[in-house]
Design a protein around this ligand. Structure first.
Ligand code: CTP
Ligand code: MG
Length: 184
């Protein structure tokens, strides 16, 4: 029961977990804010680039499409009925993850945090909140139910408990390998 909920939650969030890691690997180049400032600080900073955002969304979407191809065999193997990603989910989960990360940088710059400064809690959950909010919009509007079909209270709880742990571990690894400048 609990393991099933965790499996569904993690599976459903995989396309939201990948984008920020892909942005770290493929990012760089022109910053999204074009160097603009607001109240003396950068709007977003040099850490948020167009290439990182596009690569991140593309990586998440490609992963979602791939997961759809293997969902039946994985479901059978673990005897849990894992969800398929709708076209909305394929696009909105990665886009929301990237937007959440961008929103967090906006908040960091407004609160006097330089690029790369840690923002405990926000760093670990910005992309999850962004992804869930974006994919929840069409559900709340009654356009498309994917979010309500997949996420109950249990799945949401699992996401908010497990994601920070995964985030800390993957970023420590990315730092250790040399992909990231800071371990958060
Ligand atoms: N990155 C990017 N484009 C994005 C997100 C990330 O190019 N949209 C790349 C940048 O090279 C960035 C690195 O991934 O430096 C690490 O991402 P992150 O930790 O989110 O950025 P920070 O540099 O720490 O900047 P911030 O303080 O704004 O989070
Ligand atoms: Mg950072």
């Amino acid at each position: 029961m609990v393991l099933e909920t965790i499996a569904i939650a993690l599976w459903a969030m995989l396309p939201a977990y990948i984008p920020n890691n892909a942005a770290v690997i493929f990012g760089g180049g022109r910053p999204i804010d074009g160097g603009r400032t607001l109240g003396g600080s950068r709007l977003l900073g040099d850490g948020k680039t167009w290439r990182g955002a596009v690569a991140g969304i593309a990586a998440g979407a490609v992963l979602a499409v791939f997961l759809n191809r293997i969902v039946d065999s994985v479901s059978n193997a673990i005897t849990v009925s894992l969800p398929e990603f709708s076209i909305f989910a394929i696009l909105l989960l990665p886009a929301g993850a990237i937007l959440g990360d961008i929103g967090a940088s906006f908040l960091k710059r407004r609160t006097g945090r330089e690029r790369g400064a840690p923002f405990p809690g926000v760093d670990q959950l910005d992309f999850v909140v962004g992804a869930l909010l974006l994919v929840a919009i069409p559900a709340v509007l009654g356009i498309h139910d994917w979010f309500f079909d997949v996420f109950g209270l249990g799945e949401l709880l699992a996401v908010f408990i497990i994601t920070p742990v995964l985030h800390v571990v993957t970023n420590a690894i990315a730092y250790w390998i040399g992909f990231k400048d800071e371990p958060w």
